[in-house]
Design a binder for this molecule. Structure first.
Ligand code: 6PG
Length: 237
């Protein structure tokens, strides 16, 4: 596990874009393609904008395949859609090889089953993402794996429709078997509001179902934590 503490969100975003680009080049060179799952929320916005602006001509975007770690059960043009955020900041600016959107406009179980099929068609037996970007919620959730929700226990599927009572909604999310099959996972964590959750995830001994990000442990992959000083633990590891 790597922890990199950046001065602020701007520096964190630059580091994230740099890391994304380096991994993309390496994956394209070794395997011919870079399947990456994007995170939703607000933290990654600046990273996606940097990728669209500063790396627009220095990456072979035609070899980059865009997936999503989770999605709200809303249409793609909804203000809360993770796809819409990624489309506005990145996808509409570069010609990627393929886009694999979680179809939030469908009934959740149908959308989850459809995405499961799409992943299996693309990856075969193992969803070996080159990189999965993740955020961290103040409650320790990541993707849409929220504390004490049923998706945390899913072992036989890569995608789940996850009822989230805390939000009185259902979310679509990659499950832990899918996330933990990745070559690399990169968390982007910014702001003082995340400090407590980050400290607990990195150093605490609480029940992982309280802080689901603790369950992200790729069996054959790297975990990179990119955080800013406001979110960083008082005594970095
Ligand atoms: C979502 C994300 C979610 C997010 C965290 C952090 O759909 O909202 O997948 O897991 O990464 O909630 O969100 P912020 O980056 O907005 O703090």
């Amino acid at each position: 596990m790597q922890l990199r503490i950046c001065p602020d969100l701007e520096a964190l975003s630059r580091a994230a874009a740099q890391n994304f680009a380096a991994r993309a080049r390496a994956a394209i060179q070794t395997t011919g393609g870079f399947p990456v799952a994007l995170a939703g929320g607000s933290t990654p916005r600046a990273t996606y904008k940097l990728l669209a602006e500063d790396y627009r001509y220095s990456l072979d975007w035609s070899r980059i395949h865009i997936f999503f770690g989770d999605e709200r059960c809303v249409p793609p043009d909804h203000p809360g859609s993770n796809y819409r955020m990624a489309y506005e900041t990145l996808i509409s600016h570069v010609a990627v090889g393929s886009i694999h959107r979680m179809r939030g406009e469908l009934p959740p179980e149908e959308a989850a089953a459809a995405y499961e099929t799409e992943l299996r068609d693309f990856f075969g037996n193992t969803p070996r993402f080159s990189l999965i970007l993740l955020g961290l919620g103040e409650d320790g959730h990541t993707a849409s794996l929220f504390p004490h929700t049923s998706a945390l226990d899913v072992q036989d599927r890569w995608v789940a429709a996850n009822p989230v009572p805390q939000l009185r909604t259902t979310r679509l999310t990659l499950t832990l078997p899918a996330i933990n099959a990745a070559s690399a996972v990169m968390f982007l964590v910014s702001g003082a509001s995340k400090a407590s959750a980050l400290s607990e995830v990195l150093e605490g001994d609480s029940n992982p179902h309280e802080y689901p990000a603790k369950l992200v442990r790729p069996a054959k992959g790297e975990v990179i934590w990119l955080t800013d000083r406001a979110a960083a633990p008082a005594s970095p590891l």
